[in-house]
Design a binder for this molecule. Structure first.
Ligand code: PMT
Length: 224
């Protein structure tokens, strides 16, 4: 019969936060630990996929069998992704990519002036990595995003799925100590054809296994 679904599939992923430099010692970052993305990378490699993981600044060991490349800022992460896009079957964007970066990072450590009691940082938009991949001439067959929302989770996730041109999106509620940095997560998987499945709260490793099992089921019986 057919070989197991994930065997030999090339999966490119991102995980963790991005750090956007303010000056040589300071950055703007977020609370992503990389755990969700690393758990997915490990589950996929275990299932036989060829996994390349572009990791933001996190303190996690590289999962066995996974090729890992480190990146710090959103621009560096995009560059690392585009350099490895060709011949990719699936791109999965778990990273919490900063939407904004500092317009002109200072070359020297910023000093406070005596009497100064406020300062302003100008921010500019970062590229949208998953949307760039979804529109790319070398677009992988499947492009999967995540949606981290504090409110109206499914509504916002359905919007992102459509607006970013994705095939599937994993929606998870954040805020109030949820998802970011946690060992557990609860999620929904949404397909652009309208299929939706809920995964109750569980360890991120177990969630990762359940997510890839459902993706396999869906992708096997749809002709996309
Ligand atoms: O790392 P952990 O501590 O385990 O936490 C996991 C997580 C909560 C970070 C993860 O499960 C998650 O939800 N990741 C996506 C976080 C996010 O930035 O979501 P978003 O709704 O802002 O972005 C939507 C999608 O666009 C995501 O796939 C994101 O990777 C992508 N994006 C966003 C902005 C940007 N400039 N480029 C992108 O590619």
């Amino acid at each position: 019969g057919d070989p197991p679904f994930w065997v030999g599939k090339r999966v490119l992923m991102t995980a963790g936060p991005t750090f956007e430099a303010v000056d040589p010692v300071r950055f703007i970052g977020n609370r992503s630990s990389g755990k969700m993305g690393f758990a997915l990378a490990e589950a996929l490699a275990q299932a036989g996929a060829q996994v390349t993981l572009i990791a933001g600044p996190v303190s996690l060991p590289t999962p066995p069998g996974v090729e890992r490349i480190d990146a710090e800022s959103a621009e560096q992460m995009l560059e690392a992704v585009l350099a490895r896009l060709s011949d990719t079957d699936m791109f999965i964007s778990t990273a919490a990519v900063a939407d904004w970066r500092v317009a002109k990072p200072a070359e020297q450590k910023l000093k406070k002036q005596s009497g100064q009691d406020s300062m302003t940082l100008e921010l500019v938009r970062n590229p949208d990595i998953v949307a760039t991949v979804a529109q790319h001439p070398e677009r992988p067959r499947w492009v999967v995003g995540f949606a981290a929302e504090t409110d109206n989770l499914l509504e916002h996730a359905r919007e992102k799925l459509q607006q970013k041109g994705l095939d599937m999106i994993v929606a998870n509620q954040v805020g109030d100590g949820r998802a970011f940095g946690q060992a557990d997560n609860e999620a929904w998987l949404l397909h652009r054809d309208g299929r939706e499945t809920h995964f109750p709260l569980r360890r991120k490793e177990a969630l990762a296994e359940a997510l890839i099992q459902t993706m396999e089921n869906w992708l096997n019986d749809s002709k996309d």
